[in-house]
Design a binder for this molecule. Structure first.
Ligand code: DHB
Ligand code: FE
Length: 259
């Protein structure tokens, strides 16, 4: 019978490693059945993908994409969508809530090999709001901007909050049972592409998050992906605004489009 040899090898290797765990911890059949029941609940909740991401995505990213140089890649997570263009860089579809702080996020896109600015790069951003909630039905705090002739980009957005949306599903259940929290450090997602090819998927972390040292996606946060905040005047509400700059270094570009 024809079969997928890679799948077969991965199954054998995975089960072999899990058999070691069963031996090491003397895991009983009752405990194995409890694990099976847990996976049934996890599947019904629709969050199997999220748990696999939490446990393994950063290992995959570091091994496959991280070796190429440039800005460190990071996991895509579950909430990327089909986004609209934001020619003026304004990502808000509704006014900020009282507790939300405006953030201008800007920088230059550069070729990691030469340091030269790169124009025409499609930068796709998405993030949670000031309550840590992603807009899953509209395009609030989601959108695409294009780097200009100097390779510069700029979005006007809000400071996202830490994200903890799994309190009432099997992911939260597992982390609570282990005595751990299930919160992600506040972050802004970014996908950079040129001529239809994706060169970078990453996340930029907010320096004010209390979870930078304990993000429940192990290995996601690194110092180079934490942005710095600077005061940036006040908005129409008189509320102080912030600004952050981040240089995006793209590895593997075919050749710099001429400026
Ligand atoms: C999860 C959520 C995110 O926003 C993310 O970037 C990665 C993982 C999650 O739901 O586990
Ligand atoms: Fe996210």
């Amino acid at each position: 019978m024809e079969g997928n040899a890679r799948l077969s090898a991965i199954w054998e290797a995975s089960i072999g490693k899990l058999q070691d765990v069963v031996r090491e911890f003397h895991i009983t059949q009752d405990e194995l059945h409890a694990a099976g029941d847990y996976f049934n609940r996890l599947g019904q909740s629709g969050f199997s993908r999220s748990l696999i991401d939490v446990a393994l995505a950063m290992t995959s990213v570091d091994v496959i994409d991280g070796a190429r140089g440039g800005t460190r890649p990071n996991l895509e997570g579950p909430y990327h969508g089909a986004h609209i263009q934001r020619p003026d860089g304004d990502m808000l579809d509704r006014p900020p809530r009282p507790e939300e702080t405006r953030l201008t996020f800007s920088g230059t896109v550069r070729d990691a090999a030469t340091g030269a600015p790169v124009r025409g790069v499609r930068l796709d951003f998405w993030q949670a709001d000031g309550e840590g909630i992603y807009d899953l039905t509209g395009s609030h705090l989601r959108g695409i901007v294009i780097s200009d002739d100097e390779g510069r980009y700029r979005i006007r957005t809000l400071v996202p909050s830490d994200y903890s949306q799994h309190d009432h599903d099997p992911i939260g259940e597992l982390f609570r049972a282990m005595g751990r929290h299930n919160t992600r450090a506040a972050h802004i997602h970014l996908k950079a592409s040129l001529d239809g090819k994706v060169y970078l998927t990453t996340q930029l972390f907010m320096p004010t998050s209390a979870f930078l040292g304990s993000d429940y996606v192990a290995g996601a946060v690194s110092d180079d992906l934490v942005v710095a905040f600077h005061p940036d005047g006040a908005d129409e509400r008189g509320k102080p605004c912030l600004r952050a700059d981040f240089e995006i270094h793209l590895a593997g570009l075919p050749g710099n489009p001429p400026l």
